[in-house]
Design a protein around this ligand. Structure first.
Ligand code: G1P
Length: 290
């Protein structure tokens, strides 16, 4: 069995849901308190044992590369002022095996993942979407890797969502539950309206895929939103090899959404050693005025 060593993080999206903030700033650099959202994703990959990460970027995404590069001037400045803790924080994001490639045109998530073909080669790999920040004892990516060790098959993470929201997600049509929380899937549908949705189990931005997905993506016709959809390619993959869905039960923050972003900031802030006490007090006081 091949080991899963590589992750692909698509980060080429325009971030239109956060305009005007994202007019000049990559949405992946928007912070949760003091940490850019993409750093949470990279940390989940590393905590899962991933060794090499490819970030698929696009126009205006250079700050992501800079964030994971060393900043000698800043490091010297912090060091000369004896700011050891800040220096450690700044250095934490360098020295990771990161690679970058640009998606030249915004043709969809499937097309973004296709850019990783040469990087991935003939190995199983994971795709991690930046809009979903996960928090669980065993990182979700690691859970998918554990499943792969048993099944050697592609597996996507899914979660129950409110029925009215099915049109925001890829939705699975589950077949049977082969072991606790692991489903065989009849088919996958990208963003069905609630009337046509085969279930309320939505794909939530973590995929473990076999490399055969690339041959399919190369020939995949545009689907929902006239974009080349990863979900459609996975549906085709499922016709020739098994694709499973793992139901996730941990916490998920949808930081691609304004409310989800604020929630993530509040909850992360409540755990942040510098501000947790004051923030708790503030929220208590504020709640009295509702
Ligand atoms: C993408 C996928 C969708 C998935 C979602 C999870 O959609 O196309 O299948 O459910 O991510 O966040 P997007 O949110 O990029 O429109």
């Amino acid at each position: 069995m091949q080991k899963v060593r590589k992750a692909v993080i698509p980060a080429a999206g325009l971030g239109t849901r956060f305009l005007p903030a994202t007019k000049a700033i990559a949405k992946e650099m928007l912070p949760i308190v003091d940490k850019p959202t993409i750093q949470f994703i990279v940390e989940e990959a590393l905590n899962s044992g991933i060794e090499d990460i490819l970030i698929v970027t696009g126009k205006g995404k250079r700050p992501i590369e800079d964030h994971f590069d060393s900043n000698v001037e800043l490091e010297m400045n912090l060091s000369s002022k004896g700011k050891k803790e800040l220096l450690d924080l700044v250095e934490e994001t360098t020295g990771i095996n990161l690679h970058f490639i640009r998606q030249k045109r915004p043709l969809g998530l499937g097309h973004a993942v296709l850019q990783a073909k040469a990087f991935v080669g003939n190995e199983p790999f994971v795709v991690m979407l930046g809009d979903d920040i996960m928090e669980s004892k065993v990182p979700l990516t690691k859970q998918l890797m554990n499943d792969y060790e048993k099944t050697t098959a592609s597996t996507l993470a899914v979660m129950k969502v409110p029925h009215k929201d099915t049109s925001k997600y890829g939705i699975i049509n589950p077949n049977s539950e082969i072991s606790k929380g692991l489903y065989n899937v009849k088919n996958f549908v990208e963003k069905p309206n609630p009337k046509e949705a085969p279930s309320d189990l939505a794909i939530i931005g973590r995929y473990l895929l076999t490399p055969e997905i690339f041959d399919i993506l190369e020939n995949q016709k545009p689907g929902a939103g006239n974009e080349i959809q990863l979900t459609d390619a996975i549906d085709n993959l499922n016709k020739t090899q098994r694709v499973f869905a793992r139901q996730y039960t941990g916490k998920r923050y949808d930081v691609g959404d304004k409310l989800g972003m604020v929630e993530a900031n509040i909850e992360y802030g409540l755990k942040h050693k510098e501000i947790s006490v004051s923030l708790k007090e503030y929220i208590k006081e504020l709640a009295k005025t509702f």
